[in-house]
Design a protein around this ligand. Structure first.
Ligand code: LLP
Length: 458
């Protein structure tokens, strides 16, 4: 099921253009929002967020119930986390996946019980591990052999009678996926997790070594195996390949030790639409295909199906948000191939959306404060930062009369937008404003120059 927006994909579900040509999101006129909150601002459609969270939870629960397996969905807070958003996710029946002590602090501040939080990280500090144990997190996802010892030490430091730490071991299956790319070859030359491949010199795979090391320690309780294959995945085939690999490892571990881990986590990575016409992964379809793949793999291996968990971030929050900017300057240029391109500079840029500069990511934009001329021109939306790579939207058709003072929105900026924002050039970070049923609520306030100067000790 895809949540359709009246404004069309990739806009938030409750974005509509009124008869006067101005856009309302969840009943809030963007012109009113801009005058009350200023621009730039991230505008988040709360009901869309909740609906997407529910869609993933119910699709996965339903499909896996069909093969007799229970599921948990963890909202990956790295995509965007605030106290309110963590609370919404939890209210919608999701748990929260955190990647650092900072994200853990937000989830705890939101009142999410420790038991419903997972902590990731390829280089967790001892303080982060201790804090996670203090909070009683439901799972620590161990990312290296060295971390096994450090978690053991942290449990011992809590004294006699401390409960064992619930851990999963993060493995790399050799499946690496992302964007439209799907490469089912060894892709282990990266920092995360422990490889399931046995070394060429013989002996156990790093993943097997870590799993047996966990079982050797009474301070640890081995919950399961974790695999995350990539992000913005639009071809779901890689998930099934990774699932088969992880389930095979689970069976091997059971054959070797007699212990069948109860859980398997298949991570996040479900792709969304950034541009009109792009087809996002559909929760129902993904859930159905994955459940079938898990069922078949377990039948072949002769093992019962485990409890499954998933960690969508982008697919829950990405499409729910637009960034509202004000146009400052407009400049036509002639491109090398003789076309005219209009540079439309807005009051934000790479500080509020680094993805185009970092990944060459493409976005869609539209004038939202008025209808604009019927004729369109080729435009490039750029920011206010002091480098030419400060591009927000590489290519988009905008009304030919786009002018300074116009409100312009960029779609699908909810994931890895505010969460990766910086204060480059001492540009304070924009607020995140939730809209719902005609009212607005500031979730994260606008940063001020005073906030930035407060860090500067002179
Ligand atoms: N679980 C784990 C272990 C992860 O590493 C990630 C993302 C997720 C879940 C959530 O993935 P999602 O469902 O959001 O795709 N900054 C990049 C994305 C980095 C993703 C890192 N890990 C971007 O802006 O595209």
């Amino acid at each position: 099921m895809t949540v359709a927006s009246p404004l069309g994909s990739p806009w938030p579900a409750h974005a509509v253009r009124g008869a006067d040509g101005a856009v309302r999101v969840a009943g809030v006129d963007v012109r009113d929002l801009a005058s009350a909150q200023g621009t730039p601002a991230y505008v988040l459609d709360e009901a869309d967020f909740r609906a997407r969270a529910r869609a993933w939870r119910t699709a996965l629960a339903g499909a896996f119930a069909g093969i007799g397996a229970e599921t948990d969905v963890y909202y990956a807070g790295k995509a965007f986390l605030s106290v309110a958003v963590a609370r919404w996710a939890h209210e919608e029946g999701l748990r929260v996946d955190t990647a650092t002590g900072g994200e853990l602090a937000v989830a705890l501040r939101a009142g999410v019980p420790g038991a419903d939080i997972g902590l990731h990280g390829n280089n967790k500090s001892d303080a982060e591990i201790a804090r996670a144990l203090d909070a009683g997190v439901g799972r620590l996802i161990v990312d290296s052999l060295g971390e096994v010892d450090r978690v053991v030490a942290a449990v011992r430091a809590r004294g006699d009678g401390a409960p064992p730490a619930p851990v999963m071991v993060r493995v790399t299956t050799g499946v690496h996926a992302g964007g439209h790319e799907y490469i089912s070859t060894a892709h282990e030359d990266q920092k995360f997790g422990l490889s399931v491949a046995a070394p060429a010199t013989g002996g156990d795979s790093p993943a097997m070594t870590a799993l047996t090391a966990v079982l050797d320690h009474p301070e640890l309780r081995l919950l399961g195996i974790h695999s995350h294959i990539g992000s913005q995945i639009l071809d779901p085939a890689g998930f099934a390949v990774a699932a088969r690999s992880v389930l095979g490892l689970r069976a091997d571990l059971a054959a070797r030790t007699g212990y069948l881990v109860p859980e398997v986590d298949l991570g996040g990575g479900f792709g969304i639409a950034y541009l009109p016409g792009e087809v996002p992964l559909d929760p129902e379809r993904v859930a159905k295909d994955l459940a079938a793949a898990v069922d078949e793999a377990c039948a072949t291996l002769g093992t019962p199906v485990p409890r499954l968990s998933f960690e969508p971030g982008r697919a829950v929050v990405g499409p729910t948000t637009l960034t509202l900017y004000t146009v400052g300057t407009v400049k036509p240029v002639t491109t090398e191939d003789g076309r005219t391109r209009l540079y439309v500079a807005v009051d934000g840029g790479m500080s509020d959306n680094i993805r185009p500069a970092l990944y060459g990511a493409h976005y869609h934009a539209a004038l939202v404060g008025r209808p604009g001329a019927g004729r369109t021109v080729l435009a490039r939306v750029v920011g206010k930062h002091c480098e030419s790579g400060d591009i927000v939207v590489h290519e988009v058709q905008l009304p030919a009369d786009v002018a300074p003072g116009d409100l312009l929105a960029v779609a699908a900026t909810g994931a890895y937008g505010r969460s990766m924002a910086s204060t480059y050039n001492h540009v304070p970070r924009p607020p995140v404003v939730a809209v719902r049923d005609g009212s607005t609520r500031v979730l994260v306030r606008r940063e001020t120059e005073d906030d930035l100067l407060a860090l500067d000790l002179g």
